[in-house]
Write a protein that binds this ligand. Sequence first.
Ligand code: PEP
Ligand code: MG
Length: 574
Amino acid sequence: MGTVFVALAPSAHRVPQRSIEASDVERSWKLLETARQAAIQRLAVIQETTTKELGLQDAAIYAAQAAVLQDPEALRDLKRRVVDELQAPESAVQALLDHLSRTFEQLEGGDVKNWAADLRDPWELVLRHLHDEDIELARHMGEGSLVIVAEELTPTLVVRYPRNKVAALVCARGGRYSHGAVVARSYGIPTVTGVTEIDIKALAGESMVVYGGEGRVLVGADQEQCERALVRSAEVARVSEALAGLAEEAGRTKDGTPISLLANIESMHDLDLFDPNTVGGVGLFRTEFAYMERPSFPSVEEQVAVYKRVLDRFGQKPVVFRTLDIGADKQLRYFRTPEEVNPSLGWRGLRLSLDWQDLFLMQLQALYSCHEFGSVLIMLPMVTNLEEIRQARQLLDSIAGCGELKVQFGVMIEVPAAAMALADIIEEVDFVSVGTNDLVQYLFAVDRDNPWVSDLYQPYHPASLRVLQFIAQTCAKAGKPVSVCGEMAGQPEGALFLAGCGYTSLSMAPLFVPEIKAILREVDMEALQAVVSRACRATTEAEARGILHESSEDAWAKVLAMVKTADSRSNPHS
Ligand code: PEP
Ligand code: MG
C-alpha cells in the first residue's frame, strides 16, 4: 500500500511522449528548472577542470554549451510545452531535441551537422539530470510509501528508486515474463502490469493498494479495505515464516528423488536478500545487470571483483554465470544498440558478443580467471546454432590455453531451432539450461513484453510442454545435466511439471525457493510423471493448465495443512 508516484520516462533510446495533469505543472516545471541549473553547474565544473588540464581554448566548448542552456527561445519553447501543452518535463526536452535534429538535418555541410551535436549535447545532459532529480525526490519520501507508476515495466525502472521506499510497481505495459517483471519478482516487489483500463498516470498522489498475486489494484481504498489488505498480507507472511523452517533442507520429492533448487541472481543486491545455505547454488547469474549498474564497461579486474564476490558467498556450490545478454529491452546507458524493428529477433545475447569479440573476450577472461575462487560454470545466452557455440568455445579455449578446461561450459536453450538441434548441441557442452521466458516467446511468436498479445504467451500450452519434455528426454539420453532457469521453474505448476519431466535442477528467484521446496516434498515422482504425460497429451492450454493446476493445488493444500499443524503445536491456544 502506498502513494502513487509517477516515474519519469526512461531515456535508454528516445523518451516517449507523456502528459501531465494541470495540478502537476508547477512541480514539473520546477523539476525541469532544477535539472537545467544542475546541468549548467556541471558544465562549469567540466570547463574548469578542462582549462586546467588542456587550456582555455579546449575548455571554451563547455562555456558555449552552458550558454545553449540559457537560450531564451529554447526556454520559451520548453515553458510552452510544459505549462500550456501539459507535456511532462522529459517529453518537453525530448521534443526540443527532436526539433534541433530536424532543423539541422535540413541544412547542408558536415560542420553544420556537427553544430547539431553541440546544441543537442547540453540538453541530453538536462535529461540525465531530470532523472537524477526524480530519484532524489523519491529519496525524501517515507519508507515503503511509494507505489511507482510508469508507462512501461523495464529492468531499469525496478532498480531506479531507493528500494526501501518502494511498496509496489504498477505499469501499463510490460508482460508477466518481461525482464522488468523478472527483476521485480527477484526483489519481491508486488507488481501489476497491463493496467490499461484507467489512466494510472493521472493518479499521482492518490493512495493505492496493490495485490501483486492477483494482478489487481485498488485506488483510493477506504479504511476497511486497507485493514483487510493488511490482514491478507499478515497471513501470507505467516505462511512464509513457517516455510522458512524448511530452508536448509535439500530439495527432493516425497520419495526422495533429488531436485536441486538454485537461485537466479539479477544484481549484486540480491546477494544480501537470502541465505546461500537455502539453495544448492546459483543456476543463473545474469551478468548484464552488473554492467547495467555502472556508468561504463567494467574492466577485467572490475568484473573479477564482482564474480569473486558471488563465488565467495557460495563456497564450493556451483555458480552459473551467463555471459552478457543485452539487446531488446536490456540496454546499457553507455552502449546504444541501434533501434531495430524487431529487437527481440535481432542483435542480442551471444550474437552481440560474437560481433564485439573484444568485449566478449574480456568477459570470458574475467570469468575464466575466477575458477580458482569456486565452481564456475559459463553459460551462453540466445544460442541459435552449433557454429556459434563452436566460435565461443574457441575463444574460451584461446584464453584457457591447452590442458583441461577448469570451468564448465554450457548453453541456454531459448531458441526453438536450438531445441530441435539439441542432440547435436549436447555433445559439445557440459550442461544445458532452458530459458523458458524466451523459449515460449519464440515458440509462439509472441513478444514477451507486449500486452496486446499476452494471452497467446502460453508456457502451459501442450506445445510448450511437449518441447520441454523433449529437451529433458534428449539430455537424459546423452547423460548430461539439464535445468530450467526461466520463470516457470519458480511457479508451482511449472516446477511440478519440470520435475516430472526429469529436470534435475530448477533455478528461480530465491523468494520462491521455500514454496517450491515445500510443494515438491509433498509429491511422489511416479505421480508427477503421470501428471506430465496427461498434460502433454492435452489438446488445449486450458486443459493442460487445469491438469497441472489441480496437482499443484493438491500439493499446496498439503503444505498448508502441515503449516497449520505446526502452528497449533507451537501455539496450542490460538
Ligand atoms: C529466459 O529467457 O528464460 C531467461 C532465463 O533469460 P532472460 O529472462 O534473462 O531472458
Ligand atoms: Mg532469455
